[in-house]
Write a protein that binds this ligand. Structure first.
Ligand SMILES: *[C@@H]1O[C@H](CO)[C@@H](O)[C@H](O)[C@H]1NC(C)=O
Ligand SMILES: *[C@@H]1O[C@H](CO)[C@@H](O)[C@H](O)[C@H]1NC(C)=O
Ligand SMILES: *[C@@H]1O[C@H](CO)[C@@H](O)[C@H](O)[C@H]1NC(C)=O
Ligand SMILES: *[C@@H]1O[C@H](CO)[C@@H](O)[C@H](O)[C@H]1NC(C)=O
Length: 376
């Protein structure tokens, strides 16, 4: 009995100790994990929609299963021409307004309120290379990965090359410069680097890649609504019907403006005007605008290199950038697909649809100096 009792007591003690430690562990473990994930979440500020133009080297393009699956799914979705044609088979009405975009948007009392206003504050994502007084504002689907990589390299060329970095591997998740040269407001850059007066501003170059509104719309539309659609009610519940999407997106923007609150949903941010980004509402005059090009080693370099030279970036660094850009390309290119050709033809041949596009992007055309579609 006595022995048994002592044994039982030991057993009880041992098991309560065990229980205690399990409780402690269970108590601490999840918190630890949640702290970790919390920090991780914080570190990758809004990463998800950077996916669309992950920059990968030519020969590694589809090296993992996930990418391969995604590619097959994309090819499948983009190839459903029967469904795409069917969803867009209805004839389209004529334009509502006649006359130029200018009279429609800035002219009479009637026109001004059908067009979406300029300079709202949507969001700003900046990358700097302060030793060269360079800052770039990135927008999804406008060579954001390429520009991020260039600025990261220029931010610290030696560290970048010593770490064996290539532009091609600078995917969003593991960005070398993450949280080091990133800002969410031009005011933050001004404060951090003492760019407080006109003289200092003139020594800096603020750049931004812009894209023709129709081209940007089509690219975003085919990518988000056709290639990899998200959720069942995707793209305002319009599925493959582009007319429905353009009309409902226009209404969404209008009603968000009326309520005075921009939602920035996954889809919206690709279809809201570019002039709502990058703090253009107060920094428009300080920016240099570079044209988007589907091949980063082409016109981007022609536009960018003079700016790099103005900022005294050494020739060897320029050569490195040039070489890096010529050895990789963007994965999710939608330029060539049959779907893209179809939607482009549908949009460009419809004054009715173009009218909505011009109403939404009027100030992108004006401020970023793109020619209006024919007839506007
Ligand atoms: C413009 O407004 C005037 C009155 O303000 C109205 O008579 C006219 O019908 C309107 N035109 C259009 C195209 O809406
Ligand atoms: C910022 O600039 C002002 C003059 O423009 C100068 O007096 C000041 O020392 C600078 N501060 C830093 C930290 O460089
Ligand atoms: C700005 O620069 C000019 C010449 O480059 C100089 O004369 C002027 O004093 C500067 N102003 C300020 C506020 O630093
Ligand atoms: C596409 O959407 C528009 C606008 O909602 C609608 O009028 C049209 O009938 C739809 N087309 C098809 C083929 O469903």
């Amino acid at each position: 009995m006595v022995v048994n009792c002592a044994l039982t007591r030991k057993f009880l003690l041992a098991s309560s100790l065990l229980l205690f430690s399990i409780v402690i562990l269970l108590d601490f473990l999840p918190r630890h994990i949640s702290i970790l994930t919390f920090q991780y979440d914080r570190a990758i500020v809004r990463p998800r929609d950077d996916r669309e133009d992950v920059f990968v080297p030519k020969f590694k393009r589809y090296h993992d299963d996930k990418t391969e699956q995604e590619r097959l799914k994309s090819v499948d979705n983009l190839g459903r021409m029967d469904l795409i044609v069917k969803a867009n088979s209805d004839p389209l009405p004529p334009r509502t307004f006649t006359g130029s975009a200018k009279t429609m948007c800035s002219g009479g009392k009637n026109g001004s309120d059908v067009c979406i206003p300029k300079f709202k504050q949507l969001e700003t994502r900046l990358r700097v290379a302060d030793n060269y007084k360079l800052m770039t504002c990135i927008i999804q689907k406008s060579m954001s990965t390429v520009m991020t990589a260039i600025m990261c390299y220029l931010y610290n060329e030696r560290a970048f090359t010593e770490a064996g970095r290539e532009f091609a591997r600078e995917c969003t998740q593991i960005r070398f410069c993450q949280n080091k040269n990133e800002f969410g407001q031009v005011a933050g850059v001004r404060q951090a680097f003492n760019v407080t007066n006109k003289n200092e501003t003139n020594k800096w170059r603020f750049t931004m890649i812009t894209r023709d509104p129709v081209d940007r719309f089509l690219s975003g539309y085919v990518d988000k609504c056709i290639r990899i659609p998200h959720g069942s009610g995707y793209c305002n519940g319009c599925h493959r019907n582009m007319t429905c999407f353009i009309l409902s997106e226009y209404d969404r923007i209008k009603s968000q403006l009326e309520r005075g609150h921009l939602f920035r949903s996954f889809e919206d941010r690709h279809f809201f005007p570019q002039n709502w980004r990058c703090d253009l509402y107060r920094e428009y005059n300080n920016y240099r605008f570079l044209r988007y090009s589907s091949d980063p080693s082409g016109t981007l370099l022609d536009d960018l290199i003079p700016i790099l030279k103005e900022q005294d970036v050494p020739e060897s660094s320029i050569q490195f950038i040039r070489y890096q850009l010529s050895t990789g390309r963007t994965v999710h290119s939608t330029v060539q697909s049959e779907a893209r050709t179809f939607y482009e033809q549908r949009l460009r041949s419809s004054p009715f649809l173009l009218e909505y596009i011009v109403q939404i992007f009027y100030y992108d055309y004006v401020l970023l100096k793109y020619p209006f579609p024919e007839g506007f």
